[in-house]
Each structure stands twice: as C-alpha cells, then as structure tokens.
Write a protein that binds this ligand. Structure first.
Ligand SMILES: [Zn+2]
Length: 270
C-alpha cells in the first residue's frame, strides 16, 4: 500500500481564512508552513481512494501524481472516499466530486445517515455506491449539523488493510482506540489537533478543553504511541498548535519519543 499525505490541518486549515493568530500569520509569511485540511491518498491493490473529502480535495488530487486523470479524457484512478466521521472539514469535498460518474463511499451507518442531505444534492449528478468502512469506534460525538441521534459510530479510527499491510488512521480521537489494533498496524496516523488540553481555552478559540471538543491532546497520547512497536505520526494540527511552527521546542519532545509529525506531501510505503 502506498500513502500520500494530502493535508495535515484541522478544520479551517493553516492559515484559516479569518484568523490572524501566530500560527496562521506564520503560514502566510512562510508558505512552507501552509497545511491543507487533513486527508490521505491511499493506493491499494483494489484501486485508489482518498480518506476524507476536505474543502481542498481537488487541489489535493492534483498534488498526488497517481490520482491525476488519464489516459482517457475522463478516466480517473480515484474510486472513492473513505470517511472517518461526518464533520464538515472531512465531508464537504464530496460536493466537489460531482463530476464523477460513480463514486464509492465507505462509511459507518451513522456517518451515512448524517450525510443524507449531501447524498440528496449529489444524486442528480453522480451515482454513489455506499459501503461499510472497517472502522474501530472512537466516540459518539456527532457533528453540530446532525440533529438526529442516529446509530452509533459517529467517529472512528479507520483500519485499511491491503495484503499484509495495515494502516490505522484516526484524525479525530476523543478516546484511545483498541491498543491491540494499533499494535498490529504497520503505521498509525492519529489526532494531533491540540498539544495540551487547555490549548483551545487558553488561545480563546473555545470555552471547552481539547478533550471536551473530542480531541485527546498530544500530551495525553504521545507516550502511549511511543510504546507501540510501530511507526506513529500526528496529523490534523489546529492552527493554535505550537507544532505549526517548525522551530517550536515541542518538535524535540516528539523526536525524543520517536513519534513523527506528518507533513503535507509525505509519501509512506507499507
Ligand atoms: Zn489561526
């Protein structure tokens, strides 16, 4: 399996259009610090998929050589989208894929139910083929726009297996997933939204802690990750996260633990 990291930012991106915090201002001043919304291209024996459909999806497809169309004039290698949850920063890009003839969407029943309005909008344009995702349940935090309670499985860690290789991808991790599943994976890419639990309150972006927002902070997960005998990376960085500054001392803390921070464009072969 080949992966290309298409983006590593939480909702809003870095920079976020209406934000002049140090992280966003730093990205405006230094283009190398720009991070698109968290997403992953995955090439499997069965075809190519994008994990989560972000507002940046069409630029992200262009950034990945093996997702570009051809050789026919309307031939795309992209078979579909695998969803971890129904949050808008992970799903709004579905609307940008309306030019497809057919699109597979792999999701839990709860995510599929939440996305019914999207499916209704897309139905006259593209044929959607829904499949169940191989998902480890993480939390039942449903998106604000989803008013119906629905079945369980709002937020998941995806398990993507191809031959002997397994990836776990969990950009929103409100609770620690099944450790055994993490240990069996060849690569684990997880929630690095916030560095510490108070960060959202301290920076004034929320009255809730990171955990209350559905994101275990890095401080609560980095040592557990370092104990896994597998390659571990953080993604989904919020623009308030000190790691968006390459000079931040927090990078040294992670390097000492052997835990990586994913970068846009990174390619991983498993
Ligand atoms: Zn900002």
């Amino acid at each position: 399996m080949r992966l290309q990291v298409l983006g590593t930012a939480a909702g809003g991106g870095v920079p976020q259009w209406n934000c002049a915090c140090p992280g966003c201002s730093g990205a405006r001043a230094h283009p190398a610090r720009v991070r698109r919304h968290a997403s992953l291209a995955v090439r499997l024996a069965s075809g190519c998929y994008v994990v989560n459909a972000t507002p940046d999806i069409t630029d992200q497809i262009e950034s990945c050589p093996w997702l570009r169309p051809g050789p026919g004039p309307r031939e795309s290698p992209l078979r579909g989208v695998i969803l971890t949850d129904a949050e808008l920063d992970h799903t709004i890009g579905l609307l940008r894929l309306r030019e497809a003839d057919t699109l597979e969407i792999h999701a839990t029943p709860a995510v599929r139910q939440a996305l019914r309005p999207f499916a209704d909008i897309l139905a006259p344009y593209v044929q959607l083929a829904w499949h169940d995702a191989d998902a480890l349940p993480i939390s039942d935090k449903r998106p604000r726009y989803a008013t119906e309670p629905g079945p369980s499985g709002w937020v998941s860690a995806l398990r993507i297996t191809d031959g002997d290789s397994t990836l776990i991808y969990a950009p929103a991790m409100g609770a620690w997933p099944d450790t055994e599943a993490l240990e069996q994976a060849d690569c684990v890419i997880v929630d690095g939204t916030f560095w510490d639990d108070e960060e959202p309150r301290r920076t004034g972006i929320s009255s809730r802690t990171a955990t209350e927002m559905g994101h275990l902070p890095i401080e609560a997960t980095m040592e557990r990750l370092s104990r896994l005998d597998t390659r571990c990376l953080y993604t989904h960085l919020n623009n308030t996260n000190p790691l968006v500054d390459p000079a931040a001392e927090q990078h040294k803390v992670l390097a000492e633990l052997g835990v990586e921070v994913a970068a846009d464009g990174m390619v991983i072969d498993l």
